[in-house]
Design a protein around this ligand. Structure first.
Ligand code: ATP
Length: 274
């Protein structure tokens, strides 16, 4: 797994201000930040804080970004792993990895555990699904270990578990029970206003002819169905296009060229997902 310590790690970390839009999702995760910062306050009130939340939504819309921002804002370590890394393991190694991850988290608490693409490890076990679609023996063991570790997490440990998926429908029901991932936070494609904000965020780092807000409204209108990752890509492509043409500044034309290039790709992808 990857461990990032926002206090000592590389860069300055991702802050909430780096996550454009997603107002409601940010509001929901801010409670976790507060809990990680002052667990005693919650305990003194007798409040049981949720162990974590499932971030649901299509790829590239800010799930990882938001999870990292929680860690940075709370100034706690961020331990992340991709669900598929567990299932590549054979001979009980997947379960051992889960144990290691939680062991490390206990050592580092307060901290955040983030499992990206949890559906890879959290598929319904065979009892809940017929045929070959259910989890195999190996990944069942891994999932069982994950459930054991989550249940064993004492509330005094101040470990928040966040996980992401775009396939909540295939998750094992046991993962969604109270006390496990019972909170769901939707991170969907950005709407018009959010796309404008994401453009402004990513255009900040580009050498533009005019200020970002000169372009952002039109770009937002041109990009329905784009994810935040697509928008970041447009901004970068526009700068590469300007470089190819040996310009010293990025223009509106470079930006629209980059949008055009990406429109075909996103249309194909969104069609495949629907
Ligand atoms: P995946 O499911 O593929 O892991 P994700 O939802 O976790 O996707 P992120 O990794 O958070 O997506 O986003 C990818 C990149 O897209 C970010 O690093 C960032 O550059 C950009 N991005 C996505 N959403 C936003 C946003 N709301 N604000 C600013 N940038 C964004």
């Amino acid at each position: 797994f990857t461990l990032v310590d926002p206090l000592t790690g590389p860069g300055k970390g991702v802050h909430f201000s780096d996550v454009a839009g997603l107002r409601e999702a940010k509001q929901e995760v801010k409670e976790f930040v507060d809990y990680l910062k002052r667990p005693e306050f919650y305990k003194s009130l007798g409040a049981k804080v949720p162990k974590g939340a499932l971030l649901l939504g299509p790829p590239g819309c800010g799930k990882t970004l938001l999870a990292k921002a929680v860690a940075t804002e709370a100034a706690v370590p961020f331990l992340s792993m991709n669900g598929s890394e567990f299932i590549e393991m054979i001979g009980g190694l997947g379960a051992a990895r889960v144990r290691d991850l939680f062991k490390e988290a206990r050592k580092r608490a307060p901290c955040i555990i983030y499992i990206d693409e949890i559906d890879a490890v959290g598929r319904k076990r065979s009892g809940q699904m017929g045929g070959s679609e259910g989890a195999s023996g190996e990944s069942e063991q891994t999932l069982n270990q994950l459930l054991v570790e989550m249940d064993g997490m004492a509330s005094k440990e101040s470990i928040i578990m966040l996980a992401s998926t775009n396939r909540a429908d295939i998750l094992d029901k046991a993962l969604l029970r109270p006390g496990r991932f019972d909170r769901h936070i939707l991170i969907d494609f950005p709407d018009l206003i959010e796309r404008k904000q994401i453009f402004e965020q990513h255009l900040k780092g580009i050498a533009l002819e005019h200020q970002p807000d000169h372009y952002s409204k039109r770009l937002a209108h041109l990009t329905p169905g784009f994810s935040g990752a697509d928008i970041a890509n447009v901004c970068n492509e526009s700068a590469l296009h300007a470089a190819r043409l040996k310009q010293s500044k990025v223009t509106g034309q470079n930006l629209e060229y980059a949008v055009e290039r990406l429109v075909g790709g996103t249309e194909k992808r969104n069609h495949a997902m629907s």
